[in-house]
Ligand binder design. Structure first.
Ligand code: XUL
Ligand code: MN
Length: 344
């Protein structure tokens, strides 16, 4: 069955352009203004960090957090949007300098778990059943600093607490091999899926594959997606692009390597991605050079590139592909794929 594609992004994907070497270059766009852009650009889902949904949540009582999340749910409803997932932002607090779930300090680990349970509550209030864990600081700068075996046990403990806290919640692990850490503990989708099977409810632990993160691990994003699909655990994606092994660039989808993007669309469509309500998330960043009035183009362009590649995928003659595979004539198959990409 072919896929069904609805698109999502997070409020952080429209940003002021600050980078580690320079200040913001564009004015802040208020959250309510960002929300108005979603439908206009063809997007139906909003991805949240916990504090995107409830700013200042560390300074609020559980009742206040719940109230603020319910107000956000109403705001989304008013725009005809849904919350796709909520992710605990565990990488900014002073208590997570050495990681959250895998910190060597038990009090800091407890903070990370408590904050994650709050994230689960926020998701529930937003009528959303997915929590994404990007394990930003769960890793090391030097290997001697932590016990890598114990880290797995600590990650499982934290995930089990979230699963026990809400019987409907699903956890999606978003692997990334490095940045901000030198070495992250769950660097690839294979690690994420392996981890899911040792939790208390593997059926509720899956994955989100981000193209750029797979590339940073030296892997092909479409194969990473296919691996998760084979386990029925690909519950979201963060499509984008990446120009080689450097910092996480979050470039527009397909902007660096169109063929690599094409293969991701091929794998998603041929495996019926989206038929259970999964979204195509676009975790892309505008270039710093972009002026304010055109600083959301990277999102609409990425969506357009996806849909154009979908047309190419669906326009291919499968019997011709089968014939060339049977002949083992991969040179010709490659040429015909390239021709299709060139619109010839
Ligand atoms: C980090 C990253 C995050 C997550 C959400 O590289 O991709 O934006 O997607 O926390
Ligand atoms: Mn991401």
């Amino acid at each position: 069955m072919p896929g069904t594609f609805r698109f999502s992004f997070g409020p952080w994907n429209i940003h002021e352009g600050a980078d580690p070497f320079g200040p913001p270059v564009r004015p802040t766009v208020a959250f309510a203004e960002k929300l108005k852009l979603y439908k206009k650009m063809g997007f139906d889902g909003v991805q949240f960090h916990d504090d995107d949904a409830v700013p200042q949540l560390n300074h609020m009582s559980p009742a206040q957090v719940e109230k603020a999340a319910r107000e956000m749910a109403k705001l989304l409803d008013g725009e005809g949007l849904v919350a796709e997932f909520v992710a605990p932002r565990l990488w900014e607090d002073p208590r997570t300098i050495d990681g959250g779930y895998t910190s060597n300090n038990p009090a800091e680990r407890q903070y990370a778990i408590d904050r994650s349970l709050q994230t689960v509550d926020i998701a529930r209030a937003l009528n959303c059943d997915k929590v994404v864990l990007w394990l930003a600081r769960e890793g090391t700068y030097i290997r001697e600093a932590k016990d890598a075996t114990k880290a797995v046990e600590l990650l499982v403990t934290a995930i089990n607490k979230m699963l026990a806290h809400d019987s409907a919640i699903k956890i999606l692990i978003e692997p990334k091999p490095n940045e901000p850490m030198d070495l992250a503990y769950i660097p690839t989708i294979g690690h994420a899926i392996g981890l899911s099977y040792v939790t208390s409810d593997p059926g509720r632990v899956g994955a989100l594959v981000e193209s750029a993160h797979a590339i940073l691990a030296g892997l092909d994003p479409s194969d990473e997606m296919a691996y998760a699909l084979a386990h029925k655990k690909l519950w979201s994606v963060h499509l984008n692009d990446q120009n080689g092994l450097k910092f996480d660039q979050d470039k527009a989808f397909g902007a660096v390597d169109l063929r690599r993007a094409f293969m991701q669309v091929w794998v998603l469509d041929r495996n019926g991605f989206g038929n259970n309500g999964e979204f195509v998330g676009l975790d892309v960043k505008a270039m710093r050079t972009q002026k304010a009035e055109v600083a959301a183009l990277h999102l609409s362009n990425s969506r357009e590139i996806f849909l154009s590649l979908l047309e190419v995928v669906r326009g291919l003659d499968q019997s011709r592909i089968d014939e060339l595979i049977a002949q083992r004539n991969y040179e010709q198959l490659e040429m015909e794929i390239i021709r299709a990409l060139l619109g010839k």
